[in-house]
Ligand binder design. Structure first.
Ligand SMILES: N[C@@H](CCC[C@H](N)C(=O)O)C(=O)O
Length: 270
């Protein structure tokens, strides 16, 4: 099976062009390819498929094989892939996801996508503002935001000192979140700049999460900490998030996407 490895500010996935390839078991394939010692090495698997209602469809699987409705860094890479590989012949197009159809705008240089803006839709607040869960006897106040997938945003000082390997799974598997949750840990630097670490449902700590950055910017605005445009610094780079709160209610994510390499993977034993 042919694949392409791509990354969006360090959040890396294996991409399969399902206009040409058939994937028999994406759940098992995701576990296999994601393994950083025995596989290709990635945060999961993304299928770029034909769609009846949009220009293409994205299906996204975490490293543990669980499927998510949406992936922010993934959809920017899908945008770059279909543009660069000429599966579309326009710089604005639609991608079907299980969280709805998302509109993409490509900024190109020499016929290659260098920057991608995604209309992430209207965010949904899924908690009281804020709400607390108890972990090891301590209250953690979070803001719950869905942008097609679930996020719990926690504001704190000194995110570099956080023991993410402990707190991440405690959020992910807490009984408050029956479908598990992604969680973001946010240090506010100014009214338009935040720093973020993320623990992803199904993949653990990743270098970036586009839906997480979007949810965190929305939570920052909602709680009065920032203006509507926020730059989010993640381990692998920065994203710009603009929440058009007063007019359309939609939130827009802008950032890069990079093709790392192409290869072939033997799936005869899958
Ligand atoms: N890295 C992604 C989010 C991937 C899905 C997430 N782990 C979930 O299960 O919802 C992003 O960039 O948004």
């Amino acid at each position: 099976m042919k694949f392409t490895k791509m990354q969006g500010i360090g959040n890396d996935y294996v991409y399969i062009n399902c206009f040409e390839e058939t994937v028999p078991d994406p759940v098992e394939l995701s576990k296999l390819v994601s393994d950083r010692h025995f596989g290709i090495g990635s945060d999961g698997l993304i299928l770029i498929c034909p769609s009846k209602v949009a220009d293409c469809r994205m299906r996204m699987f975490n490293a543990d094989g669980s499927e998510s409705a949406m992936c922010g860094n993934g959809i920017r890479c899908v945008g770059k892939y279909v543009f660069d590989h000429k599966l579309v012949d326009k710089a604005e197009f639609d991608v079907e996801t299980d969280a709805g159809i998302k509109h993409i705008k490509i900024t190109e240089e020499n016929n290659k996508a260098v920057k991608i803006t995604v209309d992430m839709g209207i965010p949904e607040v899924t908690s009281t503002l804020p709400e607390a869960i108890v972990i090891d006897g301590k209250d953690y106040e979070f803001i719950g935001i869905s942008v097609g997938n679930p996020h719990a945003v926690y504001f704190m000082d000194h995110i570099d000192e956080l023991d993410l390997e402990s707190i991440g799974p405690a959020f992910e598997f807490h009984e408050r979140f029956p479908e598990r949750t992604n969680s973001e840990y946010i240090e506010v630097k100014s009214r338009d700049y935040i720093r973020m670490r993320v623990w992803e449902r199904g993949s653990g700590e990743t270098w970036a999460c586009g839906t997480g950055a979007t949810a965190s910017a929305v939570a920052s605005v909602l709680s009065g900490r920032t203006e509507n445009t926020v730059e989010v610094e993640l381990k692998g780079g920065n994203l710009t998030i603009f929440w058009d709160r007063e007019k359309s209610g939609h939130v827009f994510m802008t950032g890069p996407a990079v093709e790392v390499f192409e290869g072939e993977f033997d799936i005869t034993n899958l």
